[in-house]
Unconditional design. Structure first.
Lengths: 876, 255
């Protein structure tokens, strides 16, 4: 069934069959005389020799006076211009609400290529709501295309009545109802997260249901024609901010995403030192891009908010900017609020949207600023009133500078895009217009200056990633590299077997790529047919078309990350092109509610596919970060340990730790070292010898933070509590006891803290001795005697309690096992499972110190100085 | 009544006043927060937008976008400039610079652009919600807040384990150690501490700690006999007295 609006549009086309001169009204001797830049056919009348763009056939026009005239208004203050007094505007350009008329281009515009929408019309016998609808649609489109104010003008009293009704008519449409639906979607997601923390299997299903409830109604509504601009913007903003709340609800207590912890350190450094560019050990390059931490620390210090709350607000503001700027850019380029709304929602289907670009990191702030600069350039270059275009440039320049100090890659991409726009402008205008060349130049100079003189570490940081991607791609083409298998996660942190994505998820992810692959050519065709004169439309089209080639990088081991990370940029074009294609080739032909529902389902598929492709399954759902004990909230061990370390050992201690632990400790002011090489080998191999010592010495490490949880090597999920009832046994897997306990009993290594899963060793003395002598094992222990009692342990004045006083009252005397049993028990407890070689530990503990050290000496001689773990001790 | 409900200016002013009074009564720092957030994330950019763009040139979405974006940009750039000054990014410096910046913007708006705030702000005449839509919007806000509260709720204890941290650390005083126990268990727990040196075990204090409670003690050790020998401290839970729950080992510094 054809939509009434489409019927009206068809009648328009039929009406244009007969041509009559607009000046002498002659219907004969009308010949074609080229086209306008907008593509409209121009005619010349042989009788009066006037050139004109034909008005529509008015055979069916009623004879009464038009009830409402809507014209683009060029001039100063509002309102009531008489259409005939406007240059280039005749009465025929008035939109009569009782019949359907096209809006023809106005010759007074500076850039005729922009043209006016030909899609805006009202239905025959339209009620006043439709009048308002047309008014709204025209206003947004005309304003966005021509950047001129828009006013209602007319010739009868009914004009003022209609205008008045337009101003009071409710423009929110179904927004409140959909907002309520969206909030229920959020509630379902909150439930999903609660279930996930309790390790209930229903959480995954609830996640998908909640997301579908949020996306489906918005897309369905945005696909409709009869929406006001206000409602479209409100819907887009609501969906975008609700999806940001999903990330907030995922980690509602603290920053737990790996990159967030690196940036958290930057903010804390600024708050403490009041200076930028402080050293950040875990991700050093972030310190040289202080845009995000500067804003956050300013907000935190002025408002008194915690860094976490201030960070959420800053990223929330960035998300608000992102959705608004995307909508306005798409609207500016396409001239359609409908396309803008759909394109913005399609952008949200990018694989990194839900979590990656919503986390507290520099790119999520820089990305909206990049699009903002593009919008400012588009506004300036497409403005037709010629007034104050410098304002757009000033705004763009300020934000451009902010992008440069906020994120490296985004600033380079922005400079590249500005360069591309400049080149396109020069080509299109044959050298007459240079587009945003000043901004391009500024971007080049400032980015280069920042890279060379401030953040030269960026080169070292980016070159392996980008170089690796390029090399991998070339090798893949040359068939020298084995392709990476899709949907198979890499090996676990400690060499656990790879896990694959469920079949249905694979199908959805592939389906989403297929939808994009099918939609892009249609959108590209639409751009070519109707928007090829627009530089920005071509640019967005080119960005979109680069999607599929870039996705080839996913098949390479070194390039998949680049492919994944590029999606938040590529989807700016993809969203736009898909929206144009769908509106032109789908919604214009199939307009019923079923069509919109199918579109909604496809959009949900796109979104799901993106999430599946971009975010690992293990990190999609929330994990338990705090446990309630009634009046007190228990946090993960690594958080407590990090806070203890900062409080008692101070900041900037050089430590070796697993990946997740290093992130948390780095955020808490320490200087952690972690890697996939020597540090990881030190923790996960069963020996502790020369290479490990050298590794520690070379990095001047003092503390070794040993975590027995395998999952602590996974920096996506290594920060949480783990439920014993969880279905994922891999989350509960522990490092082999003999490996975890290999530093036990080594002379000179102080076991400083024991929290069960985490043990902190102070290796300073041990390494110092090793460094001095070159062979620690050859040193004889110095034993000057053994105390009989600990009674001489006395309290320091002013300290809380005296241990010796308590010892006499201890009820544990009767329970005290033999020293050897105690050690055995301690080991069993701390390692979590029975120790295969517990006997050796007992043996070790029962020996006198001199025995232990002699044994140590002997073993070092046998093993060439390579200290061994406990199991080896029992061998001799 | 309906007109009043639909006037965003009146609603905004009334809301701010009400919130201010409530926050000032409950927590004065919240009032600071409420003032500081727009001061950082909205006002600097809004002032600049009024200066740069002619009135009626921008719609509400455009003005909101420009205000927030330019505020973020100005704050970041001001922070960068302050970094190179002797004062850095201190609270007083930030307040001073941002207030001065805002004052300059207001002066330009009033004396150069000759605009009134009513011209500059240009709020829409009304929100135009019907009573039914107000109900829907209120319900949506309520459900959203509920969802966030549900998501923020801590996990239940089933399936999880609490933990206890035992630590030892030398102090600045020679042969003196600090010893501590942090209870992060889910219930009140009784501990027993023991010390072991050269195979000789001595009992330490018995502790009863509630979740979140910390205990610290100081050990003054005999000097000579400790050289080259470790001190081991064991922590037992009295509900599992046969197993050492935690232990730490301290090696004295080499002479």
């Amino acid at each position: 069934m054809q939509h009434p609006d489409e019927k009206a549009a068809n009648s328009l086309r039929q009406d244009s069959a007969m041509i009559a001169c607009r000046y002498c009204q002659a219907s004969t001797g009308q010949i074609k005389a080229g086209r306008t830049k907008a593509g409209s056919q121009r005619y010349r009348c042989k009788h009066c020799n006037q050139r004109y763009i034909p008005e529509r056939n008015r055979r069916d026009q009623p004879t009464h006076t038009p009830a409402l005239a809507i014209v683009p208004y060029v001039g100063a203050d509002l309102p009531q211009p008489v259409p005939s007094q406007l240059p280039g505007v005749s009465q025929t350009e008035i939109l009569d609400v009782t019949v359907v008329y096209p809006i023809v281009p106005i010759s007074s515009t500076k850039d005729e290529s922009i043209g006016l929408p030909t899609r805006a019309f009202a239905r025959a016998e339209a009620p006043v709501e439709a009048v308002e609808l047309v008014y709204s649609e025209l206003k947004s489109e005309v304003t966005s295309r021509l950047s001129v104010p828009f006013a209602v003008a007319g010739t009868t009293d009914s004009v003022s009545e209609a205008a008045e009704s337009a101003s009071t008519f409710n423009r929110w449409g179904w927004f409140p109802e959909i907002a309520l639906l969206n909030s229920f979607g959020l509630l379902i997601l909150a439930w999903a997260f609660v279930e996930a923390r309790a390790a209930n299997g229903s959480a995954q299903l609830l996640l998908w249901i909640g997301l579908a409830v949020m996306i489906l109604p918005v897309v369905t509504r945005l696909a409709s024609v009869a929406l006001f601009r206000r409602e479209r913007i409100a819907l887009v903003l609501m969906l975008g901010m609700a999806l940001y709340l999903v990330k907030v609800m995922h980690s509602p207590i603290a920053f737990t995403f790996p990159d967030e912890l690196s940036h958290l350190r930057n903010v804390r450094e600024i708050l403490e030192s009041h200076r930028l560019f402080q050293e950040t050990p875990v991700l050093p390059v972030t310190a040289f891009y202080p845009g995000l931490p500067t804003v956050t620390s300013t907000l935190s210090s002025l408002s008194g908010l915690s860094v976490f709350s201030a960070g959420l607000l800053v990223i929330g503001a960035a998300r608000l900017i992102l959705f608004l700027v995307l909508f306005l850019l798409f609207e500016q380029v396409s001239g359609s609020t409908r396309a803008a709304g759909l394109a913005t929602v399609f952008y949200m289907a990018n694989p990194n949207f839900l979590y990656w670009t919503a986390e507290y990191a520099y790119e999520p702030l820089a990305l909206p600023l990049l699009i903002f600069v593009l919008l400012m350039v588009a506004k300036k270059e497409m403005a037709n009133d010629g007034t104050r275009s410098g304002a757009w440039t000033v705004a763009a320049l300020l934000v451009l500078l902010t992008v440069v100090i906020t994120h490296h890659m985004t600033s380079y991409i922005l400079t590249g895009l500005l360069g591309a726009i400049t080149v396109l402008f020069i080509i299109f205008s044959r050298g007459k217009r240079w587009g945003p060349w000043q901004l391009t130049l500024a971007g080049l100079v400032v980015s280069f200056f920042w890279l060379i003189f401030v953040a030269n570490l960026t080169i070292k940081y980016l070159s392996p990633v980008l170089g690796g991607a390029i090399q991998a791609f070339v090798k893949m083409i040359m068939e020298e590299e084995t392709s990476r298998q899709l949907f198979i996660s890499s090996k676990g942190p400690t060499g656990a077997s790879a896990s694959s994505t469920p079949l249905w998820e694979q199908l959805v992810a592939i389906g989403s790529v297929v939808v994009i692959a099918l939609g892009l050519p249609l959108g590209a065709l639409e751009i070519w047919k109707r928007h090829r004169s627009k530089v920005f439309a071509l640019l967005l089209g080119a960005i979109a078309l680069s999607y599929l080639p870039v996705q080839m990088l996913r098949f390479t081991k070194a390039g998949w990350e680049t492919a994944n990370r590029s999606s938040e940029f590529l989807f700016i074009g993809i969203g736009f092109v898909l929206a144009l294609g769908i509106i032109r080739f789908w919604l214009s032909h199939w307009t019923g509610w079923k069509s919109k529902m199918v579109l909604g389902v496809l959009s949900v598929t796109l979104f799901f596919g993106g999430l599946i492709a971009g975010w690992p399954p293990r990190a999609r759902l929330s994990r338990p970060y705090i446990i309630s004990t009634g009046g007190y909230l228990v946090r993960p061990q690594i958080v407590t340990v990090s806070e203890w370390m900062l409080e008692y050992l101070g900041p900037d201690n050089r430590i070796a730790a697993s990946k997740a632990d290093a992130k948390v400790m780095g955020a808490h002011g320490q200087y952690p070292f972690t890697d996939n090489g020597p540090i990881k080998n030190m923790f996960l191999s069963d020996g502790f010898g020369r290479s490990e010592r050298k590794s520690l010495l070379r990095r001047d490490i003092r503390y070794v933070v040993s975590d027995r949880k395998n999952v602590s090597w996974d920096n996506m999920i290594g920060y949480y509590f783990y439920n014993r009832f969880t279905t994922r046994s891999s989350d509960l897997r522990l490092i082999e006891p003999q490996i975890f306990g290999k530093l036990e009993g080594i002379e000179g290594i102080t076991r400083m803290l024991d929290s069960g899963d985490i043990v902190i060793y102070d290796v300073e003395r041990y390494l110092a001795a090793y460094e001095e002598s070159g062979e620690l094992a050859k040193r004889e222990p110095t034993i000057n005697g053994t105390p009989d009692t600990l009674q001489d342990m006395s309290a320091v004045p002013g300290q809380p309690r005296d241990l010796s006083e308590d010892s006499a009252k201890s009820p544990i005397a009767a329970l005290t096992p033999l020293p050897g049993e105690m050690m055995s028990g301690a080991t069993q407890r701390s390692l979590g499972t029975p120790v295969p070689a517990a006997g050796c530990i007992r043996h070790l503990a029962q020996l006198s110190d001199i025995h232990i050290n002699l044994t140590t000496l002997w073993y070092f001689i046998v093993n060439g100085g390579r200290q061994s773990n406990c199991i080896d001790w029992s061998a001799p | 009544m309906k007109h009043w409900l639909n006037s965003p200016v009146l609603i905004l002013i009334a809301g701010i006043l009400l919130l201010s009074v409530v926050l000032a009564a409950i927590d004065p720092s919240a009032l600071r927060t409420m003032l500081a957030v727009p001061f950082v994330l909205f006002l600097p950019g809004f002032g600049l937008t009024v200066i740069l763009f002619e009135r009626n040139r921008l719609g509400m979405p455009e003005r909101l976008l420009l205000s927030v974006t330019l505020s973020v940009a100005l704050t970041a750039l001001i922070g960068l400039i302050l970094h190179w000054t002797p004062w850095g990014l201190q609270v007083t410096t930030l307040w001073t610079v941002l207030l001065l910046g805002l004052a300059v913007e207001v002066a330009v708006i009033i004396f150069v652009r000759r605009l009134r705030w009513t011209d500059a702000i240009h709020l829409p005449a009304n929100l135009n919600f019907t009573p039914r839509q107000w109900v829907f919007m209120s319900l949506a806000a309520l459900v959203t807040i509920t969802a966030i509260q549900v998501a923020r709720a801590p996990a239940r204890q089933q399936g999880f384990e609490g933990y206890t941290t035992l630590w030892i650390q030398p102090t600045a005083v020679l042969h003196t150690l600090r010893l501590g126990v942090n209870c992060e268990e889910f219930e009140t727990t009784t501990y027993q501490i023991q010390f072991e040196l050269n195979g000789v075990v001595r009992e330490g204090p018995t502790l009863e700690l509630e979740p979140g409670e910390k205990w610290e003690g100081v050990l003054r050790l005999p000097s000579d006999p400790l050289i080259g020998n470790p001190l081991t401290v064991f922590l037992y839970r009295l509900d599992h007295p046969a197993e050492v729950y935690r232990h730490v080992v301290w090696w004295p510094a080499a002479e």
